[in-house]
Design a protein around this ligand. Sequence first.
Ligand code: FE2
Length: 350
Amino acid sequence: MDAELGKLEDLPADYVRALKAQNLVPLWPSLRALLPPLKPRPKTKPTHWRYEALRPLLLRAGELTPIEKAERRVLVLANPGHGDESMQASSAIYLGMQLLLPGEWAPSHRHTPNAVRMVVEGEGAWTTVEGEKCPMSRGDLILTPTGLWHEHGHDGSEPVVRLDVLDLPLVHYLEASYHVNGERQATQPGRGDRAYTRGGIVPTPLFARSNRAYPVLRYPWAEARAALLALAEDQPALDAVQVTYTNPETGGHAENILGFHALMLRPGQVLGLPARSPAAVYHCIEGGARVAADDARFALAEADTCCVPGCTPVQITNASATQPAFLFIADETPLHQKLGLYEVRAEQRG
Ligand SMILES: [Fe+2]
């Protein structure tokens, strides 16, 4: 048991004033908050954002604010544990639900935070990344990694909504966040999602492997879904039918800071996920799932999103006894692994 430490108010006022005058701060009143016993005390709270509630508000933003006045028509999924102003889902994850109306276009730009787009609804939108035009359909994952030029457009006839996942809170905290505007990109032939269609097979023209940092920019949902179904069929005893979006040249995560995964729950399945150090976001692509984390219980319907802090065991239940459920997961795994902080704890739920 850790001893209770002295508080700031225990100190004489003249001493506190003298410290302040010298830009000095006593450590002991804050020590337990900085280094709590046994496990972190995350500010991130388990939080659920229902698409049914969010969607009309997002569409109304399209009526209330012309795109020239908004530049990006986004409602940020703000975790109440971090406060509204900080606009973050966890310490490293930003989530924004973005509306694109037909004909709208975001000019070419690049920025230091890494981003991905998970398409939530609508057809006809596209993102061009370094000249590679990526069509966007429901469930597709499109990367716009740090420093790469990208622009967004929408040639369809219905609103498109996409979930943007960025490492903005971390990059902003590091005082490394900025953007640059550029010229309209010419579309180049060649698409990573076609060149790398088959697992375990990579292009090697004249025996040479690609050294591109991001050889695949678009991960079609049809491929991820098929991979999950094949894995489930091949390994009927496997509990966690799960895949990770990777860089096929390195085998590492698709981006540097946040990790992206897809999970299939068999009909009626109850799956316990271990308590891991990174926070995670769960977005329901297809079907429905019940999520239990700490004292929170969420019923995720299609297109719903929730966030769970790190070091929290999670139990996910497929709400259907007859149909599989499919979830997209974004988390802070690559960041924790690179920093040597990654931890899986034995505690498991349910
Ligand atoms: Fe961008």
